[in-house]
Design a protein around this ligand. Sequence first.
Ligand code: UFG
Length: 337
Amino acid sequence: MAILLTGGAGYIGSHTYVELVQAGYDAVIVDNFYNSCPDVIERLKAITGKPVTYYDVDVCDRKALEKVFLNHTFDAVIHFAGYKAVGESVAKPLAYYRNNLDSTFALCDAMQAHGVSRFVFSSSATVYGLAETVPLTETMPTGCTNPYGWTKYMIEQVLRDIAVAHPDWAVALLRYFNPIGAHESGTIGEDPVGLPNNLMPFITQVASGKLAKLRVFGNDYDTPDGTGVRDYIHVVDLARGHVAACRYLLSHTGCEVFNLGTGLGVSVLELIHTFERVNNIPIPFDVVERRPGDIATCYADASKAKTVLDWEASLTLEDMCRDSWRWQSQNPKGYRA
Ligand code: UFG
């Protein structure tokens, strides 16, 4: 079974590549390395012990994408490629809508032209917007607070509509919670370009001395210790969720939404203290103002994925902290060493 991974060189894409290959699938990567590094390819080869088939192609480039589809017979597509920085999306909405939507349209067109009808989409818990009750279930109302989130929301709707119009299509919309951690080899991981956007890359950069102090965005939320609560999931568990979704799509049609999280809420302070304990490194921090747009608490009800996909997260917060640090300490400059 051959699977196309758009954005397969990125953080979640690269870990999914490894899990797919280890589960016996043929995986083909399309990535323009806009937000990833070509060095990841050699590392994927080292981890899997197999040559890596990849194309340096922008998914929006329809001619180039057509050539990829002519070279392979895909059974399914996993669409990771896309712009993903919340703050940047507020400053550059048009670029986000154009890139994230057009790449999806180009991909769906190519799939239709080549009779490929199984689609796994990288969605996000961001589509739950300012939801005030937790845990979040797939049937809860959706709505977003920034253009990045709206692109995920809109693409979900596009795929739902395609699945209605084409009953042979099988679509899994995977709503990720907060992926952290890295492959246990320490050779692939999250490599943010410039200043990180998310908490764990900030923690690891403070641990390495690259940044002096962490800023904790608010300790006056209505949570047990006042800091924001999120559902952190090990990226390898998340990657395995994609393998489970591909397996599911082989024998189902229609469109289904799945939360991929652990179902556990962890506060910023809990994450900092777990990291300090597991790695024996102090993380100095200052509590500062709340970050605009942040909600107090966000964690998944992950029971649907367990029941329907036979998947659940198994790695612990300790595993996530240890593996994030192994990646950062072995690759202080990321892939660009
Ligand atoms: N935080 C800090 N200091 C930092 C960075 C983050 O205290 O330097 C806090 C935030 O306030 C929040 C928590 O750490 O309480 C997690 O923040 P992240 O930025 O790591 O993650 P978010 O939950 O804000 O956002 C993530 C993804 C988005 C996605 C969203 C949906 O980054 O792409 O989850 O759930 F849209």
